[in-house]
Design a protein around this ligand. Structure first.
Ligand SMILES: [Zn+2]
Ligand SMILES: [Zn+2]
Length: 326
């Protein structure tokens, strides 16, 4: 089979590798779509180290079950599935308490385990979720995983219906958060420098924070950027009390004092991926019910044979970059 592999920083090539064979408890998936996000770009640029090169990238996607290993119902062959690419150990204290997102032994496809940008992928059956209807469209397969991330963040933000919310960044996470907030009856205001991305956020129901009608201060913020530069611009716009939910991440120290936290009555809520399996199942439902419209946030598909080019253009793309297998 063919796989898209990172051979050096900023170099992704198609190569031929042996077909994977599903192990006990695994299914073999013929991939149909893979989305790219900032985490993939971190691997591509060399900022996020991977165990070896060449390295199969990608963690957001799905396809069709074409074979099963021992112990898996052969009736699953032919199922359309989306892959949950984080494998918690399901045994540690964090996993036992239900917060599998902080499992210290978490396997992550495309990061510390080979990824999804291959024609065939073997996956433990408990980490493939059956999809039907609109959730089984090729476009949907590229957005369900990042929807699970955005949905977990909007859930912990506890933004009340009708509330004004400042959303920083209109990359794929920001756009998904905006769609979810609109569906929940909240009012998102977007802070985004790129004109094209800002226009796309507007199409999804957000208003630019620079608009004359924007509130001067916000009691709810969802940060989908996570850099200190962004916080410098965002902090003067928060009211007291304020709840800031953080999805974006970087290693920059924040320009934030304890005085700003105390006097600002600031509640900080960090969120990372999603908890297995319910958060993922809810993302499948959110896409299936139309709460998320994959077409509205995706760019034109890049064919698998041109996967390398998709990485090069993803960071400046208007909308979410994705790869289609034909
Ligand atoms: Zn991702
Ligand atoms: Zn664990």
């Amino acid at each position: 089979m063919r796989a898209a592999v990172l051979t050096a920083p900023e170099t992704v090539e198609l190569t031929t590798v042996p077909d994977p064979v599903p192990d006990v408890g695994e299914v073999l998936v013929r991939m149909r779509a893979v989305g790219l996000c900032g985490s993939d770009l971190g691997v591509w640029s060399g900022a996020r180290a991977v165990p070896e090169m060449p390295w199969i990238m990608g963690h957001e996607g799905g396809g069709e079950v074409v074979a099963v290993g021992v112990g898996v119902d052969p009736g699953r062959v032919g199922e359309q599935v989306v892959i949950e690419p984080n494998y918690p150990c399901l045994e540690c204290e964090a996993c036992a308490s239900g917060t599998t997102s902080v499992c210290p032994r978490r396997g992550i496809l495309g990061m510390n385990m080979p990824g999804l940008l291959a024609e065939l992928v073997a996956v433990p059956e408990q980490f493939v979720h059956s999809v039907t209807g609109v959730a089984a469209s090729t476009e949907a397969l590229a957005v369900i995983e990042p929807t699970a991330v955005a949905r977990a963040a909007t859930a912990v933000s506890e933004v009340p219906s009708g509330a004004d919310v400042l959303v920083t960044g209109a990359g794929s996470q920001g756009l998904l958060v905006i769609q979810l907030l609109v569906a929940a009856g909240a009012k998102p205001w977007v802070m985004e420098l790129d004109i094209g991305r800002r226009a796309l956020a507007r199409e999804l129901g957000a208003v630019g924070v620079e608009d004359a009608s924007a509130p001067a201060k916000f009691s709810h913020v969802i940060d989908a950027v996570g850099t200190s530069g962004l916080w410098q611009v965002m902090l003067p716009k928060v009211a007291a009390p304020v709840t800031v939910t953080v999805i974006g991440m970087s290693e920059d120290p924040l320009p934030l004092t304890t005085k700003q936290i105390t006097r600002g009555r600031m509640t900080l809520r960090g969120t990372i991926i999603y908890d297995h399996p319910h958060d993922f199942e809810q993302a499948v439902a959110a896409v299936g019910s139309g709460e998320i419209d994959p077409q509205a946030i995706l760019t034109e598909a890049t064919p698998f044979s041109e996967a390398g080019e998709a990485f090069a253009s993803a960071s400046s793309a208007r909308g979410k970059t994705w790869i289609r297998f034909d």
